[in-house]
Write a protein that binds this ligand. Structure first.
Ligand SMILES: [Zn+2]
Length: 89
């Protein structure tokens, strides 16, 4: 079986080859994950999205592009899973 290569962060979907930091993880970027744990530990995708949006704007990313990337976060594996967990609570 071929090992699946992860190309995008499993939390925010940022392409990992654009990640300038080191997360210590091969499935999460350094903006989401550092030193063995998530930077945002909550389970609220809307809160996470607004943090990401702010972070992108601080890095000088165009407003519309930042909105688009923020929208894509909904499709990241981390949040797809948490949707299922919500039904169990
Ligand atoms: Zn990320």
């Amino acid at each position: 079986m071929r090992k699946k290569e992860v190309k995008n962060c499993n939390s925010c979907l940022m392409p990992l080859n654009l990640d300038l930091g080191t997360s210590g993880s091969h499935i999460y970027c350094s903006l989401c994950f550092t030193e063995g744990e998530f930077i945002y530990k909550g389970n609220d995708i809307n809160e996470f999205k607004s943090l990401c949006y702010k972070g992108m704007r601080e890095r000088g990313i165009n407003k519309w592009l930042a909105k688009f990337y923020t929208f894509l976060i909904s499709f990241a594996p981390r949040w797809r899973k948490s949707k299922l967990h919500k039904n169990e609570q």
